[in-house]
Write a protein that binds this ligand. Structure first.
Ligand SMILES: [Zn+2]
Length: 279
């Protein structure tokens, strides 16, 4: 089913009327690149057009084969949404999603014409996409259920082959784990991630992600028991013995997400970033 257009980007037909275009932005954080999905053949919705890469946008417009009417985004991180407003300007398509919150690593150029709430749907003659609000990786993160197939398009909520960064304050570990449990309750058939391949055996993966996060949380609790009053910075080597030192900066963001969750659960507290367990 795989064929290569003149730009050499792979296009894959996943389902009748559902195609995947991979943006040429591969990296450690994006895997093979950002997946852009097209729904429909006559009137088309584009999901996550990615960063502004001219060859990718040209490819989408040239091979869409119909009119691009809608552009949806899962969230407003720089590898998912910046091309949305550019493509909307060229095509007149409507922008759907949730606005970017203030803060770093957010694409403030994305301003939705239609703000989607949990349960809202884009229903056309050819497909129905239902929004599922899944805060955690990003507070404005939406997954989209393609109703005919019962496949869930998960953006960065669940990706193939890696775990995602939970970077506070917009990233929130407690909400992330709750949103992962929500995915398990939906009774979907497959996960279609923002990076990597379709995941059919998704229950095992989602349960593993939840367990992996809770195991790390247990390490945070153990580190706080033996080292009360440390800052998040000084706690890193006690919690991430398995992580090379050059990744400590990233690990500290993740550690902070765990500490904030423990505080939200009423199990820890801090005074000027000196963290301790509560009795
Ligand atoms: Zn993201």
């Amino acid at each position: 089913m795989k064929n290569f257009g003149p730009t050499m980007e792979p296009v894959t037909a996943l389902l009748p009327g559902v195609r995947r275009f991979v943006a040429p932005n591969p990296s450690m954080m994006t895997g093979p690149g950002t997946n852009t999905y097209l729904f429909g053949k006559r009137e088309i919705a584009v999901l996550d057009p990615g960063p502004v890469i001219e060859s990718h946008l040209e490819h989408i417009e040239r091979d869409a084969g119909g009119t691009i009417r809608w552009i949806l985004v899962t969230h407003t991180h720089p590898d998912h949404s910046p091309a949305a407003c550019v493509l909307a300007e060229r095509t007149g398509a409507e922008l759907l999603g949730r606005p970017a919150p203030n803060g770093e690593h957010q694409d403030s150029t994305f301003v939705p014409d239609r703000v989607l709430e949990d349960g809202d749907a884009l229903a056309t003659d050819e497909f129905v996409l239902e929004a599922v609000h899944t805060p955690g990786h990003a507070s404005n993160h939406l997954c989209y259920r393609h109703v005919a197939s019962n496949w869930l398009f998960t953006g960065d909520h669940v990706i193939d082959g890696s775990t995602v960064v939970i970077n506070p304050p917009d990233g929130n570990m407690k909400q992330y784990i709750e949103s992962l449990r929500r995915v398990l309750e939906l009774g979907i058939e497959a996960i279609v991630p923002g990076h990597g391949e379709v995941i059919k055996d998704y229950e095992r993966l989602v349960n593993w992600i939840i367990d992996h996060r809770l195991e790390r949380e247990a390490k945070v609790v153990a580190a706080l028991e033996t080292n009360p009053g440390l800052t998040s910075h000084d706690l890193v080597p006690h919690v991430y013995q398995d992580v090379p030192e050059q990744l400590y900066g990233l690990a500290e963001r993740s550690l902070l997400a765990h500490l904030i969750k423990l505080a939200e659960d009423g199990r820890a507290d801090n005074s000027s970033d000196h963290w301790s367990l509560l009795d």
